[in-house]
Design a protein around this ligand. Sequence first.
Ligand SMILES: [Zn+2]
Length: 64
Amino acid sequence: MAKTKRGRILWSLPSRGRGTCPVCDSKRIKLLYTRTAKDGTALKVCKKCFKADQVRIDAAGTKL
Ligand SMILES: [Zn+2]
């Protein structure tokens, strides 16, 4: 399978795969991972927050 998290594939994504992480508020970070909050909201999060507690994902989801 093609690598989807590094290299030229990122250039085809909106904002080249970068943005502000809703969980840790890092700017221009790569948002390549999806976590789902308890209300069903799919959030694009950074590598760090992919491993974050569900509590933090839920908090970011309700904030949006
Ligand atoms: Zn993050």
